[in-house]
Design a protein around this ligand. Sequence first.
Ligand code: SAH
Ligand code: SF4
Ligand code: F3S
Length: 495
Amino acid sequence: MDKILPWDAQPINQGHITMPPIRSSALLLPGRSSYNDAPMIKPLEMMKPTIAPTQVHLETFGCQMNEYDSELVRSLMKQDGFVFTDERERADVILMNTCAIRENAHNKVYKHLSELKKLKRQRPLVIGVLGCMAQNLKEELTDIQPLVDVLAGPDAYRQLPMLIRNAMLSQAEGEDQKGIAVDLSEYETYHDVIPDRNDKVNAWIAVMRGCDNFCSFCVVPYTRGRERSRDPEGIVQEARRIAEQGFKQITLLGQNVNSYRFDNWDFARLITAVADVPGIERVRFTSPHPKDFPLSLLEAVVSHPRICKQIHLPLQSGSDRILGLMNRTYTNNECRTLVDRIRTLQADIVLSTDIIGGFCGESEEDFAETYRLLEDIRFHSAFIFKYSERKNTIAARKFPDDVPDSVKTERVTRLFDLQRNISYERNREYLKRTLPILVEGDAKRSAAQGMGKSDGNITVIWDKSAVPSKPGDMLSLAIYDASSTTLYAERPPIN
Ligand code: SAH
Ligand code: SF4
Ligand code: F3S
């Protein structure tokens, strides 16, 4: 049974709150604006320690799993009396939930950290680095970045409130004690933590965590540890609660979501059970591994009316030699056969992929096979990355990163150009068709335009003066124009 934490039943922000004292000096922190702002203690409250809530600002980088983990962190911290602010400048604690997947993800975090140096000089501030980078770079982060007070890896979030309180105390006492919790767990699934969700339309549920595949280029098995699945009853119960709260879409998450296994439950059974929950209109999943697509899963996807007809198939390369070096456990032919099998079941399914260009030892011929694979399969979209060597990975230890950066750039540019044309043509296949669109909110560029997603997860935009909409609405809209990334829609003609 899923244990429901009662945080949402507790008033957590009423101007002042009671905090569990870790040390008696908790009430005597000098110079903290939040503590100094505490209201005068009234006689009846003399017996309990009363202080202003600590304001936390949380920034999230990386994948959907990190977005979800930030929802868990908010929940765990609010339960402990912290409150959250969108304004960095008002925060007593700044947390960064980080990603380590490629070099540029790292650089982004270092850039943000250097911006915080100035803030920390001006006032007492606790800085915490969470997530994959904290896990992978513990020495470097604490040595090179003395401004980091707390490091917490993805399996250590239950300890975070305690680490932060201790860091605040240490700072107030003029000490510089770091709080570090980066142990990986074989069991932690946070199954009993109700995420503090920001979105009102889509709810993430992590059904499994970690990865045992050890693709040679990838840092994830080192930052997120061993694969473990969450119990299905708790997941279905959470899906019911999500439906009752009015969410329209659930996205099941996992580093290898379709490797889900718990007793005699596999992913096909799990996703069907979630999609059967009344009130949920769409169910998606990400990120699957191409090796785990039994017929039962494909049949579940194509036959269940509420599972979206969309599959992300991260192929990484079209060269068998490179796929072997990457430890991806499938061949070019097996990819093609899988795509054929999917399209035989559902011809108009939306497929997308991830590709890495310029992996160790990639020759022009290897690259040409990847190019041909994209040309032949004609995915609706593709995320194309330059290979970025990650410390500790098998590739970093065994293979030289020998494709010059200029060649990597040139190859990924050729793949981008190819895919842009294919995506454009694919999207134009929707012209004059009427599609069900789930409204997410306003378009990024203009609040006068609404934005939503097709069943295939393609972004759709319309003029709100012609088609009024609010998040969560399901609209039926006619597509009148399309670019490589966006469909443009209007009210369908009345017949
Ligand atoms: N679990 C998913 C992928 C998660 S990471 C899977 O197995 O497919 C998301 C994507 O980042 C990967 O699909 C890969 O294309 C890319 N990626 C991972 N490590 C990378 C690296 N070292 N350099 C460049 N791209 C990388
Ligand atoms: Fe990384 Fe491979 Fe695991 Fe995906 S399957 S997270 S690419 S190791
Ligand atoms: Fe990044 Fe970790 Fe996700 S490395 S992509 S945040 S699993």
